[in-house]
Ligand binder design. Structure first.
Ligand code: ATP
Ligand code: MG
Length: 245
């Protein structure tokens, strides 16, 4: 899927630039966005998802320009799946309803169809036994798998994941990353903001390094990790290695 930006930037206040004007164009299958905290990763992902508007510039996803008016954005958001750091599940609803209710209310599925789709996904993600449980009764890893199931339920053309595993214990991190890798194998296109460098390096085709609001490096993941060109990326990767065992 082609993703393109032209002169895309974001600032909230006149002196506070969050994203410097950036241009980008490539065919994206699986892309990892990495970089230091506060660098603008979540902001960029939210702009791509049509959740916030850029201050300047234009954006195309799948060759369609994302127009910044509410009616177009509402249509556009229906074609995108989102997963955030802490799933954002509805606390008062069962796992099943968390998936089925948006299918009915946002995507116009019938009750029968939405429930059968939700059950199919729960089964596929190893959560069949948990269909009736509310989020509080699920582990963090299970909650994130429900969140991913919900995000892919309506077959979005692009899945956006913002640090989906950063609030999880290591064992749950692996199970969630495995689910994402399986989605990749089925052809799902995604952009993931992650601090899981092994996943970014080995499971994502491309990687982008965002630092202090600028897209400093972009390319094949394997190449970017093996041969970081900028001092900033060298330093960033060096810091991560410090505690590697
Ligand atoms: N709504 C907002 N209003 C003002 N400033 C904001 C807003 N949202 C984000 N920022 C600022 O934008 C900068 C980039 O934030 P962003 O959340 O995109 O970074 P990030 O790379 O995702 O960081 P992290 O790795 O910690 O999640 C930060 O300085 C943040 O304080
Ligand atoms: Mg962030």
């Amino acid at each position: 899927m082609k993703i393109k930006f032209q002169n895309l930037s974001k600032q909230y206040e006149p002196e506070h630039v969050i994203l410097n004007p950036m241009d980008f164009e490539d065919e994206v299958h699986t892309l990892a966005v990495i970089g230091p905290s506060g660098g603008g990763k979540s902001t960029l992902l939210r702009i791509i998802g049509g959740l916030i508007a850029p201050t300047t510039g234009k954006l195309w996803v799948d060759s369609d320009e994302i127009r910044q008016n509410e009616a177009s954005l509402q249509q556009y958001r229906k074609t995108i799946g989102f997963v955030f750091q802490q799933g954002g599940l509805f606390r008062h609803m069962s796992a099943l309803d968390n998936i089925a209710v948006p299918l009915e209310q946002v995507h116009g599925y019938s009750r029968t169809k939405s429930r059968s789709r939700a059950l199919e996904l729960l089964e596929r993600f190893g959560l069949k036994e948990d269909a009736g449980k509310k989020p509080a009764a699920l582990s963090g890893g299970q909650q994130q798998r429900v969140a991913i199931a919900r995000a892919v339920a309506a077959q979005p053309k692009l899945l956006l994941l913002d640090e989906p595993t950063s609030a999880l214990d290591p064992e749950y991190t692996t199970e969630v990353l495995n689910v994402i890798r399986e989605l990749k194998e089925e052809g799902m296109r995604f952009i993931i903001v992650t601090h899981e460098m092994g996943f970014a390096r080995h499971a994502c085709d491309k990687a982008a390094f965002l630092c202090e609001g600028s897209l400093l490096e972009y390319g094949e993941s394997a190449q970017l990790f093996a041969h970081p060109e900028t001092e900033q990326l060298q330093r960033f990767l060096g810091k991560l290695l410090e505690w590697n065992v």
